[in-house]
Design a protein around this ligand. Structure first.
Ligand code: DAH
Length: 342
């Protein structure tokens, strides 16, 4: 027993000294393995307790455990000291340096516009739908009454992934996809990215966002169409903004219209933003062509509806007086972070 206790004391002393001498995390680890690791002499001593006479075992075991516990605590304390010492001395710190500002994300102007537009249409009972960006030519063109050899298809003859798959050139194909799945009444808005063979200049981008809209039911007429669009324009651009419907052509609407709003910059007087006309175009729209209803299996004698599609970037440019669409897509955080800070 005496021999046991004196070996224990020697181990304790040399362990305490070794811990105090350790100055790096690696040294502390080495001491830990040497003194309290699985193969350390201390563990052999602990195992040898059972060879002692019965009445001596409790005290021997307790002593050995105390030593092990003490070494473990000292090791942890030393490790904490060493890692604290790794921080520079007070003299090396300059508390007058301005702190680093926490990075805060901001929502993109196009996201803000999309949320707001969908929110306004939501009040009118429109829910949100989505569709694929890699679209079949059937949905992108044919179902929308646009034969592939039609000049309107040529204009959008763009990024083909295979003979029958194209990066969608507009969000309108989602109209057909939704109508195939759901019977009227249908009221949807469809935000999404579209792809065109367009230049990258102040007013064009080859990939941009659109919001499509579609309402189909019995008895929807042109007055409902104008009322819904005018309501949207007033809500989004302000009560003083006027709306103009200009005759146009789209294969999937009849009649078709382009919708203009009075120029906010010159209040309709004519300026460079509106090219002197006092009006700015915001969307294509119209009454859904009966041929589209036939293509998706709707009874075109029974149902009517209206549809529209607008470019989100263009609307964001109007809303925030952004002069060049490329500012929206160049990902310059100094520019973009001005808008949607939470
Ligand atoms: N899809 C057309 C485009 O991208 C925009 C459009 C026009 C959508 C008329 C419509 C519509 O829903 O009725 O140019």
């Amino acid at each position: 027993m005496e021999e046991f206790l004196s070996s224990l004391r020697r181990l304790e002393e040399s362990g305490v000294a070794a811990i105090a001498d350790a100055t790096t995390e690696e040294e502390i680890e080495r001491v830990r393995i040497e003194y309290v690791g699985r193969k350390a002499p201390l563990n052999q001593l602990l195992r040898s307790v059972r060879d002692l006479p019965q009445e001596e075992r409790p005290r021997a075991g307790a002593e050995a455990n105390r030593v092990k516990q003490r070494l473990l605590e000292l090791l942890d304390a030393r490790a904490a000291e060493v890692s604290a010492a790794a921080v520079p001395e007070a003299a090396e710190l300059d508390p007058t340096l301005p702190g680093r500002e926490r990075w805060r994300g901001a929502r993109h102007p196009c996201t803000l516009v999309t949320e707001e537009v969908c929110g306004i249409f939501r009040e009118l009972g429109f829910s949100r739908a989505r569709g694929p960006e890699a679209e079949t030519t059937w949905y992108n063109f044919t179902a929308l009454n646009t034969p592939l050899d039609h000049p309107a298809a040529d204009e959008q003859d763009t990024f083909y992934l295979s003979d029958e798959t194209v990066l969608r050139t507009h969000t309108s194909p989602v109209q057909a996809r939704v109508m195939e799945k759901h019977q009227p009444p249908v009221r949807i808005v469809v935000p999404g990215v579209v792809y065109r063979r367009d230049p990258y200049d102040a007013s064009h981008a080859p990939a941009f966002e659109q919001i499509e809209g579609l309402a189909v039911d019995e008895g929807i007429d042109f007055v409902d169409f104008k009322a819904a669009i005018s309501y949207f324009v007033h809500r989004f651009f302000g009560e003083e903004t006027r709306t103009r419907f200009r005759p146009s052509f789209f294969p999937f609407t009849e009649p078709s219209a382009e919708v203009d709003v009075s120029c906010a910059l010159c209040a309709g007087e004519g300026c460079s933003a509106c090219k002197g006309t006092g009006w700015i175009e915001i969307m294509g729209a119209g009454m859904v062509d009966p041929a589209v209803f036939d293509n998706v299996g709707y009874d075109s004698e029974r149902y009517t509806g209206f549809a529209f599609g607008m470019g989100v970037g263009r609307i964001a440019m109007l809303r925030y007086a952004i002069p060049d669409i490329r500012l929206l897509y160049d990902s310059d955080v100094r520019f973009l972070s001005q808008f949607g800070r939470a």
